[in-house]
Design a protein around this ligand. Structure first.
Ligand SMILES: C[S@@+](CC[C@H](N)C(=O)[O-])C[C@H]1O[C@@H](n2cnc3c(N)ncnc32)[C@H](O)[C@@H]1O
Length: 318
């Protein structure tokens, strides 16, 4: 998913970095685990398979279609609780109050979100220009593009898509919408393609812009920052946090969050007294990538990066 994967994408396919994720979470039979990005439940199914009768699995997703799948498949299992909402809010969910032994965030969009034209995520399939993971909240891409000025649009394309032609594309969007509202994915994809120079790039000229608009519309980076804080707050000592990201902006946030809690900040020569630092997380390995065997069957796992950290016990004051 997100650049995609998933048991749902092709029957028999495992979700991204499946074995590494299950290894990382080190599921205890009677533990409580939260999958903040249920998707179609590929990872969740694996966790549930390792839980005993006393274990608990908490499932979240913003997407009503993902939640419908979770309800259909798991609602009858007394070990499972399901909540529709952002993982940014996980600490407000009563079910997490007792603490968590593991949290998984497998970021980005799911294969069904990308594959169903009606969700409006795909430049390859014409559909309404929506792009919301939760279609009941916030503005759609079409609504935003109808009201934002060209500076705001260019800023989003540059910041979240590293699109070098951001200003040119933004100006073209504003000029076109004055003639005709932009309401279909194909309209936007064609417009972007028409203003981009013909290069040697293998990717579609609208790839970076679609990614940028999607990240902005779904507040993905702000949710990630809040979700990491909330997961950290709810983790029990020894609990594990596993995050799969799909682009460098996400991975940078995860890496910095882990570093902030596991490594002393670099010393400052101007500070007379060294600040004391007590680590509260321990990172397990570095940035893990999918292995060759997985890439051979699932090339979309190529951009996936898994990072894992463990919460340390609180140190008693000496
Ligand atoms: C890459 S897929 C997850 C796939 C899943 N691990 C599986 O095995 O099927 C990402 C899912 O996370 C959801 N999602 C993304 N950001 C979210 C957020 N902030 N809160 C809750 N769900 C989110 C998306 O709606 C999507 O269904």
């Amino acid at each position: 998913m997100a650049g995609g994967h998933g048991a749902d994408a092709a029957p028999g396919h495992l979700p991204v970095m499946y074995a590494q994720v299950l290894d990382a979470l080190r599921v205890q039979g009677d533990g409580t685990y939260l999958d903040g990005t249920f998707g179609r439940g590929g990872h969740a199914r694996g966790v549930l398979g390792q839980l005993g009768p006393g274990g608990r699995l908490l499932l979240m997703d913003k997407d009503p279609e993902a939640i419908a799948v979770a309800e259909r498949e798991f609602a009858a299992d007394p070990r499972v609780s399901i909540f529709r909402g952002s993982f940014a809010q996980l600490a407000h969910w009563d079910a997490t109050q007792g603490g968590l032994d593991g949290v998984l965030l497998d970021l980005g969009v799911s294969s069904p979100q990308l594959d169903v034209a009606a969700r409006g995520f795909s430049f390859g399939k014409d559909g309404p220009l929506d792009m919301r993971m939760d279609p009941d909240s916030g503005e759609s891409a079409a609504q935003w593009l109808a009201r934002a000025d060209d500076r705001e649009i260019a800023d989003v394309l540059w910041r979240y898509g590293e699109e070098r032609m951001s200003r040119k594309i933004a100006r073209a969007i504003v000029a076109r919408r004055d003639e005709q509202p932009l309401v279909r994915t194909a309209q936007l994809a064609d417009l972007i393609a028409s203003v981009m120079p013909r290069g040697k790039e293998k990717i579609h000229p609208a790839t970076r812009s679609f990614q940028a608009i999607r990240i902005f519309i779904n507040r993905e980076l702000a949710d990630l920052e809040a979700g990491l804080e909330a997961a950290y707050a709810r983790l029990n000592a020894g609990g594990r946090l596993a995050v799969i990201s799909f682009h460098s902006l996400e991975d940078r946030i995860v890496k910095q969050f882990f570093a902030q809690h596991s490594k002393a900040p670099p010393g400052d020569r101007r500070m007379p007294v060294e600040q004391s630092f007590t680590p509260t997380l321990r990172t397990l390995g570095g940035a893990e990538k999918a292995d060759e065997a997985e890439l051979a069957v699932n090339p979309r796992a190529r951009s996936a990066v898994l990072r894992v950290a463990e919460k340390l016990p609180v140190q008693e004051a000496a």
